[in-house]
Design a protein around this ligand. Structure first.
Ligand SMILES: [Ca+2]
Ligand SMILES: [Ca+2]
Ligand SMILES: [Ca+2]
Ligand SMILES: [Ca+2]
Length: 374
């Protein structure tokens, strides 16, 4: 019997190749450029050809200068890509202003610089019409290693783009409507987190940017928030801070997107705390429970339930012949310490000595806790 050659080949292959072969996946390392330093990067279709400019990442990327060599540092903070003037061409945004993309990129022209101070150097910056008036505004953190988050409302004056700063969050809790503050605002994403059609800010604290030293409040909780953009009927804007987590924060980047395919944007973080995915979940709850979970605005100064304004008690202490002393790190004077001081003064003036009350005795020892700060 003559055996067909194809059968011979099949038998040979079966002997060589294991029956249950597995797929092995490997990855190629591709270096895009040999000179690139930055504390953050953005992708965008800068040359408006309809394709992301990283559409063929396998080929070396070509460097196009858009500015003179301004001796930017290796660790420059605050940069973004967005159409600032609304002409359909993507502009470059940085902490000192924005660079307007010219009509043609042929010959690599220098882009037109429009100087404007957008903080001291934050993280990823965005052009987005926050208040819905048709003009793109700028969203940025004010200091990657300090404090501050703001949006800059664009307005036009004699055809020029100008910007009005609206602080969302500062150094003190009172600078945010809801009392939120954190430092090291080193990464931002701008994503519609709740699907209401308005983009929201995702940001948080980059815990220990420089390790144990350097950055203010570096040991505070590594919080991660999304700030929900709400436009009021009266054209006002609110960013409601919803806490996502308090033990992860952000890195030099934070990315929000739907990771598990359920339609809800999730948040992914890598930093000195570790690597995290925060899956967004949605559930229907009774109205009371929902209300309880809402961030509460700080009480307005002067309202019936507001905290009393700070009082200067120095004239009283002078009258009671109590020495003024600096109180140390805290910049408030506790009511207990103040009452203790008054008891001390009363007891001394009535000849009761130093042992009249326990509080009074303690107060004498704790005098350094008292009074005022320059
Ligand atoms: Ca533009
Ligand atoms: Ca606007
Ligand atoms: Ca939204
Ligand atoms: Ca999801």
């Amino acid at each position: 019997m003559k055996i067909p050659p194809s059968l011979v080949l099949a038998a040979l292959l079966a002997a060589i190749v294991p029956l249950h072969a597995e797929e092995l996946r490997t990855f190629r390392h591709l270096q895009l450029h040999d000179q690139f330093w930055s504390e953050g990067a953005n992708f965008g279709d800068l040359n408006h050809d309809g394709k992301s400019d990283a559409s063929d990442p396998a080929k070396p990327w070509v460097f196009h200068a858009i500015s003179p060599n301004n001796k930017y540092g290796n660790f420059t903070h605050g940069m973004g890509v967005g159409d600032v003037n609304g002409d359909g061409r993507m502009d470059l945004i940085e902490k000192d202003g924005w660079w307007e993309q010219p009509a043609s990129l042929a010959g690599d022209p220098i882009w037109v610089q429009h100087k404007w101070p957008f903080g001291g150097g934050g993280a990823q910056m965005y052009a987005y019409d926050v208040n819905g008036d048709g003009l793109p505004d700028i969203i940025t953190s004010l200091a990657a290693h300090g404090f501050g988050l703001a949006w800059y409302e664009q307005y036009r004056e004699d055809g020029e783009s100008k910007f009005r700063e609206h602080l969302i969050m500062g150094k003190e809790p009172a600078e945010n409507k809801y009392g939120v503050k954190f430092s090291e605002v080193h990464a931002l994403d701008l994503v519609d987190m709740d699907g209401d059609g308005l983009k929201d800010i995702v940001t948080g604290k980059r815990f220990w940017s420089h390790g144990r030293v350097g950055d203010p409040d570096r040991n505070d909780a590594a919080v991660l928030y999304w700030f929900k953009l709400v436009r009021g009927a009266d054209k006002t804007v609110d960013f409601i801070p919803y806490l996502i987590d308090d033990n992860s924060g952000v890195g030099t980047q934070v990315v929000a997107g739907d990771i598990n395919g359920d339609g809800l944007p999730d948040v992914i973080v890598g930093n000195k705390k570790g690597a995290f995915i925060h899956f967004q979940e949605k559930k229907t709850v009774p109205k009371e429970e929902w209300k309880k979970a809402q961030p509460k605005p700080l009480k307005a100064p002067g309202s019936a339930t507001a905290n009393p304004p700070a009082a200067d008690l120095r004239p009283n202490f002078e009258r009671w012949q109590l020495a003024l002393r600096k109180q140390g790190a805290r910049n408030t004077c506790s009511v207990f310490a103040t009452v203790g001081a008054m008891e001390y003064a009363v007891a001394r003036n009535s000849g009761g000595g130093n042992e009249q009350t326990l509080t009074y005795t303690a107060a004498k020892e704790r005098m350094c806790d008292l009074f005022w700060v320059e």
